[in-house]
Ligand binder design. Structure first.
Ligand code: LIP
Length: 270
């Protein structure tokens, strides 16, 4: 039986160390290492260095586990547990000096496939903001900041004025027309829209009640692996295409009531 409390403490320690490295490197100046799927999809030298640190710590502590990271790819393990890692989620914010970026670390059980895995622990650490969000399956969702520790609860009902809803847009300009059409379908449910630029923080903010809902097309498994568990442990719902799990086609997160309304509004078949 996996000791999830032990996994959580390991993930928290590694996320804190990795986040501090990212913050130090940012203060020293950002160097773009490459572009990936599109011109706007950048990777910094720090992305690669931070992921290498996380991978080395996990290899040291849990050599039989698998790894699935944004920058260095996937490596199967033999323990049945895989670590799903985004070393700097919100890379463009990071490159521009906007503090809304986070280290996202999740441990999942089963196939390293977001449509099938069972998330065990999730940690999202925003080093500049000094906020560490975490959850353990069945253990609730928590925020640690300034030596305070508070339990997170998703907003049960969107206000009559409408929900404060976050979203994002893909790096590929060819996807923007579809993203904007989806946003147009959601607007009647919203009092306002936020675009923070970090999916893991968007998900944590839903869990914390700072947002009523969030949706985005085009996320990668490492973007949502930790944040999705944190939303679920806060009493929220996370999904994707109707009846599906969060994924590249769509990720939706909200309290149960708004989740259903968001799912219906986004569903193009509706
Ligand atoms: C980012 C997500 C963000 C999304 C960006 C990008 P990255 O992840 O956190 O929500 O809108 O397109 O996918 O690339 O910074 O790890």
């Amino acid at each position: 039986m996996t000791d999830t409390a032990e996994l959580l403490q390991l993930a928290i320690g590694i996320a804190r160390e990795a986040g501090e490295l990212a913050r130090r490197r940012r203060n020293e100046g950002v160097r773009i290492a490459a572009t990936k799927s599109a011109l706007a999809d950048i990777v910094t030298v720090a992305d690669r260095e931070v992921e290498a640190l996380i991978r080395a710590r996990l290899e040291q502590e849990r050599p039989d586990d698998g790894f699935f990271g944004e920058e260095s790819g996937a490596e199967a393990g033999t323990s049945g547990i895989t670590w799903v890692v985004d070393p700097i989620d919100g890379t463009v914010n990071y490159a521009y000096g906007i503090p809304s970026y986070a280290v996202s670390v999740a441990a999942v059980e089963g196939d390293p496939d977001p449509t099938r895995w069972r998330a065990l622990v999730g940690v999202v650490f925003a080093p500049v903001l000094g906020e560490l969000f975490h959850a353990e399956a069945g253990g609730g969702a928590w925020l640690e900041s300034d030596a305070e520790r508070e339990r997170l609860t998703v907003r049960a009902h969107a206000p009559e004025a409408g929900g404060l809803i976050a979203t994002g847009f893909g790096y590929d300009p060819a996807t923007h027309a579809g993203d904007l059409a989806r946003l147009t379908r959601v607007m009647p449910l919203a009092r306002d829209i936020r675009r923070m630029g970090s999916a893991s923080l968007d998900l944590c903010y839903v869990a914390a009640g700072r947002l009523d809902g969030y949706f985005e097309r085009g996320l990668q498994p490492w973007d949502h692996a930790a944040g999705a568990l944190i939303v679920e442990e806060s009493g929220g719902r996370v999904g994707g295409v109707p009846g599906g799990r969060p994924g590249n086609d769509l990720t939706i997160a909200a309290g149960p009531e708004l989740f259903s309304a968001l799912e219906a509004a986004i569903d193009e078949r509706g």
